[in-house]
Design a protein around this ligand. Structure first.
Ligand SMILES: *Cc1c(COP(=O)(O)O)cnc(C)c1O
Length: 450
């Protein structure tokens, strides 16, 4: 017997249906037509006919909502890594985000001097601040620290050799590898010393007519321990200068303040590097500095001028939104006493374990109810700074720990929340480190679990 079925409605009929009108005003005719066609095609392919028009429109509405959802969304970072590169590194202060939004919405004085009515320079907005905060003679900014390193090498060492210790030929998560950056920037890497020990004479022996500069790279995300030797920056600068060469120091994270004042371990500052004799120092805007993605270059006037004349500077420059945010964040450093309340990155890094524990206790029941079937408790744990800074678990914290038969599935439930909650799985448990769950977000966090 031949199966007969009522045919599917036409796209035109669906477009005229009263239920479709609200979709048309929300998503526009092109999108709605396309989604209705797709939905009908899926029905036909599945051999399903005789479906009421209202059901097809419902399905199309779901499809449209999925297409409308943004790809990049805010999440709760409960991984325990504060400056998490995959989750966007430093959270920015509200006023910096507002300055960025305002600059992006309107015309600005980006490269305009109000005094003279003539062209200005985009670096003008942060140059003096950077010099003040690092003691440098001159400064400039680019897209990120990888760009800063590349630009400095391309400016100072194009076609020439740069000796670097074998103990510093590092890879930062992703695709930043020191040997690759050096060769792609047009310089020639000259490896010196060994993995664990590099001595002054290793550099001295490597210097010749083809040498352009010496370079030091901060051992950001690892430590070499045991039988080790490295050449201190002062000594390296003296060796470079005796040969008429510049010393480049890539600090990676760097910090504009002495972190010891908050009982955090020391992270090299651009100021101390310049004082030790480095001619040019590069560091990131969105690691410990706590600002937007940016690469900061500070140092001698002659070097910064040469960097600014390099045509690649234009290719790597910073946009007005991030520049506006960076200016706001740098200003906060003029008042270091209030940094831990005003700069989110510093606030999160210095948060007391007691405070974190209290947060964990307050949200525990909601998490337990959401993760029905799992056992949820509050346990001490250790957070990491992240972004390569001080790679060891150092910060005392508290986590909600959940044990369940299927941890991957549980982690996925949390990731599927409207504002996804990202934890970490360790030692057979799902850990939700509460360090980065701030009091201001607690209500929203609990509400979406309900
Ligand atoms: C992080 C890092 C970089 C790269 O900086 P980005 O801001 O990620 O471009 C380069 N060098 C060192 C030592 C780093 O730690």
């Amino acid at each position: 017997m031949v199966q007969t079925a009522s045919p599917l409605p036409s796209v035109d009929a669906l477009l005229r249906a009263p239920e479709t009108q609200v979709l048309l005003s929300r998503f526009g005719r092109t999108e709605v037509t396309r989604m209705l066609r797709d939905t009908l095609a899926q029905r036909r392919a599945a051999g399903l006919f005789g479906v009421p028009a209202a059901q097809i429109i419902d399905e199309a509405a779901d499809g449209l909502a999925r297409r409308l959802a943004r790809s990049q969304r805010p999440v709760f970072n409960l991984t325990g890594t504060v400056l998490h590169t995959n989750l966007g590194r430093a959270p920015m202060p509200q006023e910096a985000a507002e300055a960025a939004a305002e600059a992006m919405r309107s015309a600005t004085t980006l490269e305009f001097d109000l005094e003279t009515g003539r062209r200005g320079e985009r670096d003008d907005h942060v140059r003096d601040l950077l010099c003040e905060l690092t003691g440098a003679e001159a400064a400039t900014v680019v897209n990120n620290n990888a760009a800063a390193v590349m630009l400095v090498l391309n400016t100072l060492a194009l076609g020439k050799e740069v000796p670097v210790s074998r103990g510093e030929l590092i890879e930062i998560g992703g695709a930043f590898r020191v040997p690759d950056i050096i060769s792609r920037s047009g310089a020639v890497l000259r490896e010196v010393g060994t993995t664990n020990r590099t001595h002054p004479r290793d550099y001295q022996d490597a210097i010749g007519p083809a040498t352009a500069a010496l370079m030091r790279v901060h051992q950001a995300n690892y430590a070499i321990v045991g039988f080790t030797a490295a050449v201190p920056t002062e000594r390296l600068a003296a060796i470079a200068h005796a040969a008429g060469l510049k010393l480049i120091d890539d600090l990676g994270s760097g910090s504009l303040v002495e972190l010891e004042r908050w009982n955090l371990p020391h992270e090299p500052t651009p100021r101390e590097s310049l004082q030790a004799g480095a001619d040019v120092v590069t560091f990131s805007g969105d690691k410990l500095l706590g600002g937007p993605q940016a690469g900061l270059i500070v140092g001698h006037k002659t070097v910064i001028e040469a960097v600014n004349r390099n045509p690649f500077k234009r290719a790597l420059r910073l946009d007005k939104g991030r520049l506006a945010a960076l200016e706001v964040v740098l200003r906060l450093y003029r008042d270091p006493d209030r940094l831990t309340s005003r700069l989110p990155a510093m606030r999160l890094l210095t948060r007391s374990a007691d405070d974190i524990q209290a947060t964990a206790e307050r949200v525990k029941d909601a998490v337990g109810a959401f993760a029905a079937g799992a056992t949820v408790t509050v346990e001490p744990c250790r957070s990491q700074i992240g972004s390569g800074a001080l790679p060891i678990d150092l910060l005392s914290s508290y986590a909600l720990t959940a044990t369940a038969n299927n941890l991957e599935m549980l982690a996925k439930y949390f990731r599927n929340l409207p504002r996804p909650v990202i934890g970490r799985i360790a030692k057979g448990q799902l850990l939700l480190d509460c360090r980065c769950l701030e009091a201001s977000d607690e209500q929203a966090f609990i509400a979406q679990l309900g």
